[in-house]
Design a protein around this ligand. Structure first.
Ligand SMILES: Cc1ncc(C[n+]2csc(CCOP(=O)(O)OP(=O)(O)O)c2C)c(N)n1
Ligand SMILES: [Mg+2]
Length: 432
């Protein structure tokens, strides 16, 4: 059966640069024919155009955009974007992300977790599309919407759920909670509650791999860093500072903007002078790529190119993924602001349903095989809840561990009790 995703039709139906999913954008669609931009084509080569011919010292500007979908196997005529194994891996990861988050919502409303909990439903194609291409020693940096990035990066569901429950078996021993997933083993560097905080950390991680490789001559230090963050965060200064440093030092990093159109209740279109975030890449001298973030296969093609560039030492890439969150900003958000028509528009483009359709249409796997994956994931998520529920809470003595300074008047007194348990504990703190 002819697929909507065959290489020729793919770009025709979903031109990567015409912002098709954002009918809400007021700016006219990008027209490559009218633009002076050159493109990353399937040749994988970047083209440059001279900004200033008269000044030989002036650097060329990188302008980038891509029709990223290539025929994979022209010779055999199969024309597939993924193998069966890849398809099933992507499907399993996305189903895991969705089922895990749905379970989180249930557990949150049952009072099993505390504080703000931000779910990732709807955005799975971005996490899966990028992270499943990474090695274990590559770095991923997330935001407060971090559970699914952690799962994709290989942090066990038990460790993520226990962290949400605040238990000792959590990936941060229950001290981080929902917004602070971290794993040394998996090189997941957080989990950040402040928006934009992860971007400099990611830039530093990318700098460290380059430094280890080029200065310390560690040949294996070719790790790539992928930083995920939202559209609202792109109006934050750290984003611009880090784009500058990453381009200046040609760091092995991919900046992935998950543009879900909203920053809590602030529309991206109201908050951003130019809503096409990908354009900011070329402004700093790196490719800026725009991709349909509801389509894991397209995200994966862009990710391959961007991760490959970083690994080859060709520098950073900015990727804007058009996506949408299916739930409110956090579980405390009644989600009454967004237009039901907008929500319906994106719900109809559910990335998991789309991948399932592709897999079935291309006869990569049967319904039964996919159902078996769904069942396996349901059991895994159930198991993570049981595990978290039965795990112990951290001891009180853990409370001030990893607190670098112990201001006078706080901490543990000579009697082994927390000073705050002493009614006079505030005495002396005025001198701190
Ligand atoms: C430095 C800082 N300022 C403000 C906030 C409050 N805040 C929390 S989430 C958020 C919106 C972020 O939106 P976006 O970057 O689009 O990410 P999304 O929630 O859509 O994934 C804001 C402003 C914060 N956490 N940190
Ligand atoms: Mg957003």
């Amino acid at each position: 059966m002819a697929s909507a995703f065959s290489a020729t039709k793919f770009s025709h139906l979903f031109p990567v640069y015409s912002t098709p999913a954002r009918s809400h954008y007021k700016t006219p669609p990008f027209d490559p024919l009218k633009s002076s931009a050159s493109f990353i084509g399937s040749t994988r080569s970047l083209r440059f155009h001279k900004l200033n011919q008269a000044n030989p010292h002036r650097k060329s500007a990188v302008v980038a955009v891509s029709d990223v979908v290539k025929e994979k196997d022209v010779k055999s005529g199969t024309n597939l974007l993924i193998t069966k194994e890849e398809g099933l891996e992507l499907y399993e990861d996305m189903v895991l992300g969705r089922a895990f988050e749905d379970m989180c919502a249930q557990m949150y409303y049952r009072g099993k977790m505390f504080g703000f909990v931000h779910l990732y439903n709807g955005q799975e194609a971005v996490s899966t599309g990028f992270i499943k291409l990474l090695r274990q020693d590559d770095y991923a940096v997330s935001t407060y919407r971090d559970h699914v990035h952690a799962l994709s990066k290989g942090v066990p569901a038990r460790a993520v759920m226990s962290e949400l429950f605040g238990k000792t078996t959590g990936c941060c021993r229950g001290q981080g909670g929902s917004m602070h997933m971290f794993s040394k083993e998996r090189n997941l560097l957080g989990g950040f509650a402040f928006i934009g905080e992860g971007i400099p950390v990611a830039t530093g991680a990318a700098f460290s791999s380059k430094y280890r490789r080029e200065v310390l001559k560690e040949a294996n230090s070719d790790q790539v860093t992928v930083a995920f963050f939202g559209d609202g965060t792109c109006n934050n200064g750290q984003f611009f500072e880090c784009l500058n440093m990453a381009a200046l030092w040609k760091l092995p990093i991919v900046f992935v903007v998950e543009n879900n159109l909203w920053a809590i209740g602030m529309s991206h279109l109201r908050a951003t002078s130019d809503p096409e975030i990908w354009k900011k890449g070329p402004a700093f001298g790196m490719p800026g790529v725009h991709v349909d973030g509801m389509d894991v296969l397209k995200v994966r093609e862009v990710a391959k190119e961007a991760i490959g560039r970083a690994r080859r030492g060709e520098g950073p890439t900015l990727v804007e993924c058009e996506t949408y969150r299916f739930r409110g900003h956090s579980l405390a958000d009644p989600d009454e602001l967004r237009d039901p028509a907008e929500k319906a528009h994106y719900t109809a483009r559910d990335p998991i349903t789309a991948l399932k359709k592709y897999i079935i249409e291309k006869s990569l796997a049967s319904e039964t095989e996919l159902k078996a994956i769904e069942k396996k994931i349901d059991e895994l998520v159930e198991d993570s809840v049981e595990f978290a529920d039965e795990s112990p809470l951290p001891p009180r003595s853990q409370l001030l561990e990893n607190v670098f300074a112990d201001p006078k008047g706080f901490g543990i007194g000579p009697d082994g009790r927390y000073r705050c348990e002493d009614p006079k504990f505030t005495e002396g703190t005025a001198q701190v």
